[in-house]
Design a protein around this ligand. Structure first.
Ligand code: NAP
Ligand code: COA
Length: 262
């Protein structure tokens, strides 16, 4: 049997889609035939991503906004939603991370991650809600293993991403009757990304992560992007309120190996 997942003409917004995993997700949607928009803080990253998406044949859009700025996010989303006449798929993946012990970090350091990851996701959800297709809208929030497994020097990220997953579940309940699905995708350790560079900064640490993954390899942005495309397609049509690990089995326990480094 041959199965092709095509999202021809679907209108997709990836918030935080200008580098790493989220850019990989945006590119997967472009390859599947969707129109793709990205948003992040840095103009140059937005412009570079637009060029890459257009090279893949996509109709691409982009805007600059910080997810902590609810008004800026709403303005960018409203303009996009009006131009495209609505949105079919929204991926919300902007995040911040740095390793720091709770006893060492300032309240503002903790707050900065909660503001980006959790409050930022809420801002994106509120902004996109009026524009989502009903029925048929699909929202994917990007979670992390820290949402489910406690890690040393990650209290801010653990708290924020656990909040993101509960936001996913709450909105799946609230928006489900309108035909809008809301899910979280929980990536494992993804090679070549900023997140990995911050949490496993040496080759020794990187190898320790590889050894702690049941599948004994790091993931790729495409591993995550393909699942997002699948979730957004008719094949994912009865999945809502799920938190889906795409992590080679890492969240079963291997992720705790990171606690040995502190
Ligand atoms: P990354 O390359 O740093 O990507 C973060 C993206 O979000 C960038 O496009 C960045 O662009 C944007 N961004 C950051 N802060 C923002 C803000 N305040 N407002 C708007 N946009 C903002 O990181 P990554 O490692 O690929 O991680 C991507 C996602 O996957 C995150 O949600 C992360 O928690 C999750 N994750 C990553 C891993 C991993 O192994 N890397 C594992 C599990 C989960 P600008 O700098 O231009 O704003
Ligand atoms: N350890 C302890 N505290 C830190 C820190 C670190 N490594 N890095 C930043 N902080 C603190 C700052 O000192 C500040 O607190 P203070 O005002 O009490 O001094 C607070 O965090 C905010 O830092 P600031 O640099 O002003 O924030 P920002 O809004 O410019 O950037 C970050 C947000 C810190 C999350 C930044 O790393 C970022 O933009 N990250 C996005 C990319 C990323 O993290 N990718 C990986 C995703 S998994």
């Amino acid at each position: 049997m041959s199965v092709t997942v095509a999202l021809t003409g679907q209108r997709v917004l990836v918030v935080g889609g200008t580098s790493g995993i989220n850019r990989g997700i945006a590119e997967c949607f472009a390859r599947a035939g969707a129109k793709v928009a990205v948003a992040s803080r840095t103009e140059q990253k937005v412009e570079d991503t637009l060029v890459a998406l257009q090279k893949l044949g996509a109709e691409a859009r982009g805007f600059c906004a910080d997810v902590r700025d609810a008004e800026a996010i709403k303005a960018g989303v409203d303009q996009l939603g009006e131009e495209w006449g609505g949105l079919d798929v929204v991926v919300s993946g902007a995040a911040g991370n740095f390793p720091a012990l709770a006893s060492d970090m300032s309240a503002n350091a903790f707050k900065s991650v909660v503001d980006i990851d959790l409050l930022g996701t809420f801002h994106v959800m509120q902004a996109v809600y009026p524009h989502l297709s009903r029925p048929g809208g699909c929202v994917i929030n990007i979670s992390a293993p820290q949402a489910a497994v406690a890690l040393i020097a990650q209290s801010h990220v653990c708290a924020a991403k656990a909040g993101v997953d509960m936001l996913t579940r709450s909105l799946a309940l609230e928006w489900g009757p309108e035909g809008i699905r809301v899910n979280s995708v929980m990536p494992g350790p993804i090679d070549g990304t900023e997140g990995m560079a911050r949490l496993a900064p040496s080759e020794q640490a990187r190898q320790a992560v590889v050894d702690s993954v049941p599948l004994r390899r790091l993931g790729t942005p495409e591993d995550i992007g393909r699942i997002c495309v699948l979730l957004a397609s008719e094949w994912g049509g009865y999945i809502s309120g799920a938190v889906l690990p795409v992590d080679g089995g890492w969240s079963l326990g291997g992720v705790s190996a990171m606690n040995n480094w502190h």
